[in-house]
Ligand binder design. Structure first.
Ligand code: FAD
Ligand code: NAP
Length: 538
């Protein structure tokens, strides 16, 4: 027996280890356990739910209708769960995650409050060795990273940030006990989805709210309402149909997508369609015409429509102008709001444009920008995430030859299908870079990945194999394809977190796969059907 082998036997051994107890990790655990594997899941947080465990800021809710932003793997589950609103608020989504954990008895194999610090491939034994929590070591044949695309908070290092004497919050790490802003002056930095959801509510609580905006964003009203039981019953009666139709659309969402060209339509037709979409609300606005994300002139028409709405709603023309985005609509994920633009009509809200002059510093008493200090009692960082790669490269992951993932991805993430990585055998990523992930309704994307990984592990076990690794050439050609497809869309034209532009020093590569859910699923299925083409099996 080698020294390494005897050392290995002293640590807990599993068939599979999963990192992260969001919707991805929870379902992965359920699937692998159902196949008879011994599994341990490690989660840094104190409970299940991932995104919905951490993002407890005021106004947090989904931007995909709850009837679709939910699991479909269990018909009993989707039939029995009752959503209360069109877009469920964060506490309800978290209750749903807890319900799923209880229903499928997941907690017995989850170790909470346990961060994974490293995952090192032991080539002699073909196993992953992970260091977790307070120095505990575990080993597993398979390692599934369900660490989330938007789970690694980004807090820019503003000069003087540590000197601030008041309270600070990040939307992605909101305290469980909440925040009491009554009678306080609050500064919020950022105007992405998190800010756009929270600003209207924080504004109602505070003495004064200062919004520091670097880039204005497009947002479409949610028109959120309590869910009519009759509507819910109708959806449940046709759930299989709705889920199947959703899988035929680019974003994995059952919604009306108009394939007509905006440019080929008359002015009257365009206005009618945009108005109908505005009245319907939310992300389906981008389905108004087929060419909005492919033709700049078509996109300009949709963008101008929204700018017109801003001018109608916001009383002060200068503020309306400051709030009006000039970049491509839909380039960043479209925001979905309740009362966002109208909030700027409140006397206790001030918008500060930091697009041409960055925030100068955080001082002990507030935020200094445009040559003036804004005194505040609390600062909310709504500054987003080190998206798609952040949670992964924060773990010391080492594959064959001791190569680190951080080093491999120095010039941008490289994966095969966003599922496997050359040089990292038996390591799977759920909704990894190179998959449609964040460009879709995430729940069906998560389920598709989990099922593909589970089937793959099942295939290996049935075939008496224990090792799978993406081939370098398959990975290269997939990465090239992902880039090529991205280049054909207007989405790659703006400074968004899709290309890593929000994190200083991060390589600028369009990370998600823009080719859409159906084409991607077809590719994944074809790879599996051909005996995992592009992977080396042993
Ligand atoms: P997560 O939910 O992010 O879970 C990952 C988990 O991994 C986290 O709990 C984290 O603590 C854990 N973890 C990470 N690293 C480690 C480590 N080293 N050790 C141990 N644990 C670790 N998508 C939609 O489609 N529709 C929406 O409406 C929508 N709304 C969103 C709202 C917000 C505020 C945010 C931030 C994202 C939203 N998303 C939405 C995207 C959302 O992230 C996904 O829908 C989905 O919840 C992701 O699930 P996940 O399990 O992949 O990752
Ligand atoms: P985000 O979209 O990345 O927004 C971060 C904001 O902070 C941006 O306005 C950004 O400006 C600003 N910012 C970052 N660094 C800054 C700096 N140094 N100085 C000034 N401003 C700075 O993050 P998010 O709002 O948390 O949303 C991230 C994603 O999570 C969304 O796109 C969406 O996919 C998901 N989400 C969904 C919902 C929902 O509606 N269900 C809610 C929240 C989040 P720039 O734009 O100039 O970089």
């Amino acid at each position: 027996m080698s020294d390494q082998q005897s050392e290995l036997e002293q640590v807990a051994m599993f068939d599979a280890v999963i990192v992260g107890a969001g919707f991805a990790g929870m379902y992965m655990l359920h699937r692998l356990r159902g196949m008879g594997l011994s599994v341990r899941l490690f989660e840094a947080g104190g409970g299940v739910g991932g995104t919905w465990y951490w993002n407890r800021y005021p106004g947090a809710r989904c931007d995909v209708e709850s009837m679709q932003y939910s699991y479909q793997f269990s018909d009993e589950l989707q039939q029995e769960w009752v959503w209360s609103e069109r877009y469920a608020p964060q506490p309800e989504i978290l209750r749903y995650a807890n319900h799923v954990a209880a229903r499928f008895d997941l907690r017995r194999d989850i170790q909470f409050d346990t961060r994974v610090y490293s995952a090192i491939f032991d080539e002699a034994n073909d196993r992953w060795v992970l260091e977790v929590g307070d120095g505990e070591r575990v080993t597993a044949t398979y390692c599934v990273m369900a660490t989330g695309c938007l789970s690694s908070a980004n807090t820019p290092r503003f000069a003087g940030v540590d000197s601030f004497q008041g309270e600070t919050y990040h939307t992605g790490h909101w305290p469980h006990e909440g925040a009491d802003f009554s009678g306080k002056r609050v500064g919020i930095i950022g105007t992405g989805s998190s800010a756009i959801q929270s600003i209207p509510i924080i504004a109602r609580q505070t003495a004064h709210l200062y919004v520091f905006q670097r880039t204005p964003n497009y947002t479409i009203p949610a028109h959120n309402v309590p869910l009519d039981p009759a509507y819910q019953a109708a959806v449940k009666a046709d759930y299989a149909g709705i889920r199947a139709r959703a899988k035929q659309t680019l974003p994995g969402l059952d919604f009306k997508f108009n394939t007509e060209s905006a440019l080929a339509s008359s002015e009257e037709e365009r206005q009618r369609e945009f108005e109908a979409r505005w009245a319907y609300g939310g992300i389906p606005f981008m389905g108004a015409f087929g060419d909005l994300l492919y033709d700049q002139a078509a996109n300009d028409l949709a963008a101008e429509f929204v700018r017109g709405k801003i001018r109608e709603i916001v009383h002060d023309p200068e503020v309306a102008e400051m709030l009006s985005p000039r970049n491509v609509i839909g380039c960043k994920r479209l925001c979905v709001d309740t009362g966002y633009w109208a909030t700027y009509n409140r006397p206790n809200v001030t918008l500060i444009d930091v697009s041409d002059k960055p925030i100068e510093a955080i001082t002990p008493a507030g935020i200094r920008a445009r040559g003036r200090e804004y005194a505040v009692d609390a600062i909310v960082f709504a500054t987003g995430f080190d998206a798609m790669t952040g949670a992964l490269v924060r773990i010391d992951i080492r594959g064959t030859g001791g190569q680190t993932l951080k080093e491999k991805w120095r010039e941008g993430p490289k994966t095969y299908l966003g599922l496997g990585i050359a040089g990292f055998p038996n390591l799977f990523t759920i909704t990894g870079p190179g998959s449609p992930s964040v460009l879709t309704n995430m729940l069906p994307s998560i389920e598709q990945h989990v099922e593909w990984v589970a089937d793959c592990i099942g295939y290996l076990r049935e075939s008496g194999l224990s090792r799978i690794e993406a081939r370098a050439e398959a990975e290269e050609s997939w990465v090239a394809h992902v880039r090529e497809v991205a280049g054909g869309s207007l989405r790659s034209t703006c400074s968004s977190w899709y290309i890593g532009a929000n994190v200083p020093g991060k390589p600028r590569i369009f990370m998600p796969y823009i080719g859409g859910f159906p084409a991607y699923v077809q590719k994944c299925n074809a790879v599996a059907a051909k005996g995992y083409e592009g992977f080396a099996l042993a």
